[in-house]
Design a protein around this ligand. Structure first.
Ligand SMILES: C[S@@+](CC[C@H](N)C(=O)[O-])C[C@H]1O[C@@H](n2cnc3c(N)ncnc32)[C@H](O)[C@@H]1O
Length: 271
């Protein structure tokens, strides 16, 4: 898909131009092979779980138990296991991601599990679908981390029906202040290493060509409000005792005391 036409996008004054799209897509083309094993396990699971420690949805309640009759979209689906969980709960599902190698895994597992999910190659900044199409939109570390929120949140709001829900899960604002610049420096620590204000766009020095996006809580709330999205919950994920992760930056003892990850649950206002 071509880059989004920013002239037609609802754009906040401080949105960055989407110059980061191809760098992130190239990076994910290379990372995709490392996500196959996790994808197989997640597709095999009947129970949803979230984030870098696989915290069960029984702790967080991010997905409705019964999604029958709901039309849902996953923005930055990667290998699309969240889409599989939503389909199994009765929803019809569109799974969108820009990275062909991720979608190759998604399509293979979709066939293997016999689930009819519509898989689309594209960016969350510009989704080729009509306004007010969906009852539920979700992003777990997809658009939520790799897409400028000042571009993709207006697009998610446009796609939702009035009363529709958006859930996004990403690194916590607190974690972003405490993570060292280089992964080789060790996991997240107990010192504030970077400012809370003006987070927005982050390029890690050991990940050249990649751009992440993070907002502090006040900026998330202002952005939701500007897009008629009403905050229902901020779920700060707590790492349960005994949980394990393959991500070296994520310290389980730290994550049992402070939130490493957070999920916003917001709902499109009914006019
Ligand atoms: C970590 S995966 C998310 C999928 C899955 N939930 C997971 O945690 O493994 C990140 C995904 O974001 C996708 N992505 C990168 N830029 C994006 C963009 N602008 N819009 C939507 N998705 C994007 C990547 O292609 C990648 O598949």
């Amino acid at each position: 898909m071509s880059e989004p036409d920013t002239d037609t996008q609802p754009q906040a004054p401080d949105a960055t131009p989407p110059d980061y799209l191809s760098g992130n897509k190239t990076a994910w083309q290379e990372k995709a092979a490392d996500y196959i094993d996790a994808a197989e396990a997640a597709w095999d699971s009947d129970q949803p779980y979230w984030g870098v420690f696989g915290i069960p949805d029984t702790h967080t309640h991010l997905l409705p138990e019964d999604m029958s009759g709901m039309h849902c979209i996953e923005l930055g689906c990667g290998t699309a296991y969240v889409s599989a969980w939503m389909r199994r709960r009765g929803a019809t599902v569109v799974a969108l991601d820009p990275t062909p190698n991720q979608l190759t895994t998604a399509r293979r597992l979709q066939q293997q599990h016999g689930l009819d999910i519509e898989i689309i190659e594209g960016f969350a900044e510009s989704v080729p679908l009509p306004n007010a199409s969906f009852d539920f939109a979700i992003s777990e570390y997809g658009a939520a981390l790799w897409s400028d929120p000042y571009l993709w949140i207006p697009e998610a709001a446009r796609l939702l029906k009035p009363g529709g829900q958006l859930v996004l899960l990403t690194n916590s604002a607190l974690m972003m202040m405490c993570a060292p610049d280089y992964e080789s420096e060790g996991p997240v620590g107990e010192q504030l290493l970077r400012p809370y204000f003006d987070m927005h766009r982050i390029q890690w020095p050991d990940c050249p060509g990649q751009t992440e996006f993070h907002l502090n809580h006040g900026d998330w709330i202002s952005l939701f409000t500007a897009n008629q999205l009403v905050v229902e919950r901020l779920v700060e994920l707590r790492v349960p005792p005994g949980a394990e992760t393959r991500y070296p930056w994520a310290d389980k003892d730290w994550g049992n005391q402070w939130p490493l990850e957070e999920a916003w649950v917001v709902r499109k206002a009914v006019a």
